[in-house]
Write a protein that binds this ligand. Structure first.
Ligand code: NDP
Length: 254
């Protein structure tokens, strides 16, 4: 069947930041497409993995891993591979997005955003790629960037976040080129405003302004990102690397 090019059956996917939000939602769709699931998060996602395994009939497990710690990341890649037998897909998604003016952000707060959003993405991608190369395998990495890596969204001030997400887009393209001859594809998605815990605490007048500026006149849902991730992870995308799929209800089009 031709549609089987979208199947992830027999593949193992790591999802970072999978305890909740976009990571958790996308993990359930990857499982529904047949992938075995490994959730990484700062929090213990044992229950999330159990739910996914029961509901979708795939193998699922979880690891506590802080993506800013390169040694812990390398160990967790090995532990994930050992638990599941192999690795094929990485949804490299953990990220943070505080709102602070450039003139007010402390050096430590700036460094924390860069550490999670840039260094974390890099450590996980490179550890995952090292595993694939050591085992003579190809694979697919999907990084979560943001429309904030392409435009400056307002009224919030978050130069740190915008800068970090622009770096993720450029890192995606650079790694895609470095690993083009290794059968490791690297792509990213750039979501617009997605209703998750990340923006739950945001003041209502900002959220109202965001929605008024989105041509679709609503925020996106985490599951509206899943199809793009499945596509990029699957054999439907074997000629696609270094790309950035923008999923933003047309925000960046106008
Ligand atoms: P959430 O805050 O809902 O989920 C993020 C998850 O990542 C949390 O479970 C969090 O753990 C985990 N995490 C944070 N830091 C680390 C770390 N150092 N190591 C491991 N895990 C970590 O956010 P979203 O689901 O909304 O966001 C997911 C990604 O999507 C992020 O990269 C974000 O920048 C991006 N994005 C989100 C948009 C949105 O509108 N929601 C728009 C565009 C991009 P904990 O709960 O312990 O903090």
């Amino acid at each position: 069947m031709k549609h089987e090019i979208f199947s992830l059956k027999g593949k193992v996917a790591i999802i970072t930041g999978g305890y909740r939000g976009i990571g958790k939602a996308v993990a359930t769709y990857l499982a529904d497409a047949g992938a075995d699931i490994v959730i990484w998060d700062l929090l213990d996602a044992t229950e999330v993995a159990k739910e996914i395994s029961q509901e979708y009939g795939v193998r699922a497990t979880s690891f506590i891993c802080n993506v800013t710690d390169p040694d812990q990341v390398a160990q967790t890649v090995e532990a994930s591979a050992q638990a599941m037998g192999t690795l094929d897909i990485l949804f490299n998604n953990a990220g943070i997005g505080p709102h602070t003016d450039a003139l007010e952000i402390t050096p430590d707060a700036w460094k924390k955003v860069m550490d999670v959003n840039i260094n974390g993405i890099f450590y996980v991608a490179t550890s995952f790629a090292r595993y694939l190369i050591a085992h003579g395998k190809g694979g697919s990495i999907i990084n979560t960037a943001s429309m904030s890596g392409l435009i400056v969204n307002v009224p919030q001030r978050h130069t740190h976040y915008n800068s970090s997400k622009a770096a993720v887009i450029q890192m995606t393209k650079s790694l895609a080129i470095e690993w083009a001859d290794k059968n490791i594809r690297v792509n990213c998605i750039s979501p617009g405003y997605i209703a998750t815990d990340l923006i739950k605490e945001v003041r209502q007048d900002w959220k109202d302004e965001w929605v008024s500026r989105i041509p679709f006149k609503r925020m996106g849902k985490p599951e509206e990102l899943a199809g793009a991730v499945i596509y990029l992870a699957s054999d439907a995308a074997t000629y696609t690397s270094g790309s950035n799929i923008v999923i933003d209800g047309c925000y960046t089009v106008v």
